[in-house]
Design a protein around this ligand. Structure first.
Ligand SMILES: Cc1cc2nc3c(=O)[nH]c(=O)nc-3n(C[C@H](O)[C@H](O)[C@H](O)COP(=O)(O)O)c2cc1C
Ligand code: SF4
Length: 819
């Protein structure tokens, strides 16, 4: 392993465990070091004393510049293929072309290559119908930017008499239920027509919900204060979702007892001091209509001792993977926790919550009690089904005593805890029946994160939609209380289908609401194409330990709702964003909304930058929905997309490219045989360059997904990762799933590996202090990362790993507000 001590030269050097942005302040291995491992050689390359081997943007083939025939202005033209509105031909577009000629027509779903091109160049249709002209004039305002194209106007343009008059009693009821949020009767009825099952009101535990769309509980990782109190930022996050037309808000897991604290800034309900701020939160949410419940939580064996100050508690001393052995709870501990849950519910009621929900999911205390794999007690709280259910049922009784008999109590349960011998679906049904008998108001059916989750959980990129709907259906078949389904509902269409087919009574949205709090309102208005999509990347879970607060790689406004939004630019400027990865596209979006004249240069990568390359990895194709979203949005904002353009024409230039690929120098390997990973995914490395046997080196998900891409293309691939685990920068579920997909393609992984040299394609590697050989290989693909761009311009570097990209996107949005 590379050490990270201070470098006298003060320059950064690369640590193989980290992405290149983890700058080392190194020494023993500073430039003059003669160490021969490629890790140390890499460090040497960072100092000016060594030869630079960067491959910058200049390595990318550039399209020839052409001049604009239409205007004879002589400006460089975009040579990206584009089509005429009929979808034929290649119509070069010119940066000087007038704005009016570039209004878009975003398609309703993922556009085909030809329709994508068309979106950049098409003209607005003439206003030939009543109302259209008036709507078209709205194109320059921010609020109406989503309505500027004729394609989406068509969705709105419906004669209201056709819909208002339809009026079944059901629809009228729905219309009343929507009352406050509806702009007009016509749009309410249209929404009910579009999503009839989802927009039907329902009564849950005596609470009348205006529709069946629910916010799933989601920890906000740092939005509350360090002591767990709600605050202005936290309230603003919930308010943005509460005003979006949901039927029910379920506030995130709140710790009922310090021993269950599971992350910094964990929302707290463990003391009466929490009541006033929780009450403010409730008032804020209720101002917008929906009832609100609080999820009661204890981390159990995955609670964090460093935060709770005590060894984690569990029914039995069985460690969860990656955690220490917990303390088996005594009967006194059990009494204390029953009381803690009861008191927490009382506080929730005093704060104004309409109900509480028991978290009997994930890997937390209550799930541990009911799971035969995690509870091997032989006393009255274990032994058999009745014993294992005793703890949660005693909690229900105590809540009744302290918060009132009629106070609604729901529960999140699981269709599987992904443990051998743990909770499976039939056991989950038994649990559901027992909880119904105990008088619970509703059941939400999720899944746990036991040891088999990586193999079996579909909650990952490429896992599909509505992934636990069958769990919900199975539970619904054995109970009469309302059932909620959760798990990868990222459009109302899938949710509608789940409710309409009778699999569930309600649908809970989680990440889809992190990505876009307005998911419901936009979709009910028929503006589904303007919804910021969730691509399942798990970046919203990042930053948990630093308490950065929840946010989204595609929507940096999430978690920052308390901040003022972007304001119109005092002086519109010509802005060039060089690089079309998500950070650059977000910058372009905000700058254009502020009134700047924005051009994005793809600069050698496909539109979407590294995310577009990631979409080429088998199983990760769905991330293309992210680039599609930006393509539609930027088109409505009239942002020009070009291949490249000279910076001199612009007032401001932002470098949003990934930077220069980090390439190791390996004695015995010709530089021509060391190929940057992005060249492979961009299709710039041919078969003759790659050969058949490929070593992919790199510590992160970039290397893992590049290796998977090559293995799926039929190459014989070995992934050499410097860390103890491959893909160590990625969320565990994504790293694990990628590793399984790679193995299924015949790929091999060597961890803790440092490459020293090569002879005839055979690598001399060091693994855990021992030298061994790997190969022979025909080439080495370097998927280590990038040196960030270091030009004079502003920089918001594109990144492969979703959390790293999320941080850059936040930087981009802030920069866009300043320029
Ligand atoms: C950032 C984040 C925090 C979460 N916190 C909680 C939580 O506090 N309680 C809980 O029951 N589930 C929590 N979950 C799980 C979600 O409620 C949901 O079950 C899961 O994300 C699957 O739904 P989705 O595919 O719609 O995201 C969290 C999920 C995310 C993404
Ligand atoms: S960060 Fe990724 S997974 Fe999370 S909400 Fe955004 S797109 Fe979805």
């Amino acid at each position: 392993m590379t050490d990270r001590s201070d470098a006298p030269c003060g320059r950064a050097r690369w640590s193989p465990r980290r992405q290149p942005s983890a700058w080392c302040t190194a020494s023993a291995t500073c430039p003059t070091s003669s160490a021969s491992s490629w890790a140390t050689t890499r460090r040497a390359r960072r100092c000016s004393t060594t030869r630079s081997t960067r491959t910058g943007a200049s390595t990318s083939p550039k399209r020839p510049r052409r001049s604009c025939r239409a205007t004879s202005c002589g400006r460089a033209m975009c040579s990206r293929p584009s089509t005429t509105p009929t979808g034929r031909g290649r119509t070069p577009s010119c940066p000087a072309t007038s704005v009016a000629e570039r209004t878009c027509s975003p398609g309703p779903t993922r556009p085909t290559p030809s329709s994508r091109s068309a979106a950049r160049t098409c003209r607005p249709r003439p206003a030939s119908r009543p109302g259209r002209a008036a709507r078209s004039t709205a194109v320059t305002t921010e609020a109406s930017s989503t309505r500027c194209c004729w394609a989406s106007l068509c969705c709105h343009w419906r004669p209201s008499s056709a819909t208002v008059g339809a009026g079944s009693a059901d629809r009228q009821r729905t219309a009343r239920a929507h009352g406050a949020q509806a702009e007009s009767g016509a749009s309410v009825i249209t929404a009910a027509e579009r999503y009839p099952a989802l927009t039907r009101p329902i009564t849950v535990g005596g609470l009348v919900l205006r529709n069946r769309m629910v916010m799933s509980p989601m920890t906000t990782y740092g939005l509350p204060d360090a002591d767990g109190s709600s605050n202005e930022r936290h309230r603003a996050y919930y308010e943005a979702r509460a005003r979006s037309g949901l039927g029910l808000i379920r506030v995130e897991s709140a710790m009922v007892h310090l021993s269950g604290k599971s992350w910094p800034h964990h929302l707290a309900v463990d003391d009466d001091r929490c009541i006033p701020e929780l009450a403010r939160l409730v008032r804020t949410i209720k101002r917008h209509g929906p009832p609100v419940v609080l999820q009661l939580h204890h981390g159990g064996r995955v609670a964090v001792e460093a935060l709770s100050g005590t060894r984690p508690l569990a029914p039995s001393p069985l460690a969860a993977s990656g955690h220490s052995v917990p303390m088996e709870m005594t009967l006194q501990d059990i009494e204390e926790m029953v009381e803690a849950f009861g008191q927490a519910a009382r506080r929730a009621r005093e704060a104004g919550f309409d109900g509480v929900e028991l978290h009997i999911g994930t890997a937390y205390l209550l799930l541990s009690f009911i799971s035969p794999a995690q509870n091997i007690r032989q006393d009255e709280y274990g032994r058999d089904f009745a014993g294992r259910m005793r703890f949660p049922l005693r909690i229900v009784d105590r809540i009744r005593e302290l918060a009132g008999r009629e106070y609604p109590i729901g529960a999140r349960i699981v269709g599987s805890d992904y443990h051998d011998g743990g909770v499976d679906l039939s056991y989950g049904q038994q649990v559901a029946r027992r909880l119904e008998t105990a008088g619970l108001a509703y059941l939400d059916v999720s899944a746990g994160i036991g040891p088999n989750a990586i193999r079996d959980s579909p909650l990952t990129i490429g896992g599909g939609q509505g992934v636990f709907a069958d769990f919900a259906a199975a539970v619904k078949s054995v109970v009469t209380i309302p059932v909620m389904s959760v798990g990868r509902y990222y459009s109302l269409a899938t949710a509608e289908e789940a409710v309409a087919s009778g699999k569930t009574d309600l649908v809970a949205f989680a990440r889809a609401l992190i990505a876009d709090p307005e998911l419901v309102t936009k979709s009910l208005r028929g503006e589904e194409t303007t919804v910021v999509p969730c691509i399942g990347c798990q970046a919203c879970h990042g930053g948990m330990t630093q308490a950065l607060g929840v946010s989204c790689v595609l929507n940096p406004a999430t978690g920052h709702e308390h901040e003022a939004g972007p304001r119109a630019a005092a002086e519109p400027r010509r802005v060039l964003v060089r690089g079309s990865g998500v950070p650059g596209l977000e910058l372009a979006r905000v700058a254009a909304r502020r009134g700047h004249d924005v051009t994005v240069a793809a600069a050698g990568l496909p539109f979407g930058g590294l995310l577009a390359l990631r979409a080429r990895v088998p199983g990760a194709e769905e991330v293309a929905r992210g680039t599609d979203y930006f393509e539609r949005t930027l088109a409505t904002l009239r942002v020009r997309i070009v291949d490249d353009v000279p910076a001199e024409r612009f007032d401001v230039t932002v470098d949003a490219r990934p930077g220069s690929p980090i390439l190791p120098e390996i004695p015995g390997v010709s530089p021509a045989k060391i190929i940057p990973g992005e060249h492979v995914l961009a299709g710039r490395a041919g078969n003759e360059d790659l050969g058949e046997r490929v070593a992919v080196v790199g510590p992160g998900i970039f290397a893992g997904e590049t290796a998977l891409y090559l293995a799926a293309a039929g190459k014989d691939v070995t992934l050499l990762a410097a860390g103890e685990q491959p893909m160590e920068d990625a969320h565990g579920l994504i790293a694990g799933t990628t590793a399984l997909r790679f193995a299924a393609q015949g790929g091999r992984v060597i961890t803790s590996a440092t490459v020293h040299a090569a002879t005839d394609g055979v690598l001399d590697i060091e693994v855990g202090g021992e030298h061994r050989q790997a190969g022979p290989f025909d080439c080495i693909v370097a998927a280590i990362g990038w040196d960030p761009p270091d030009g004079p311009e502003y920089v918001v570097a594109d990144a492969w790993d979703a959390f790293a990209a999320r941080l850059q996107v936040l930087k981009a949005t802030r920069l866009a507000r300043k320029i």
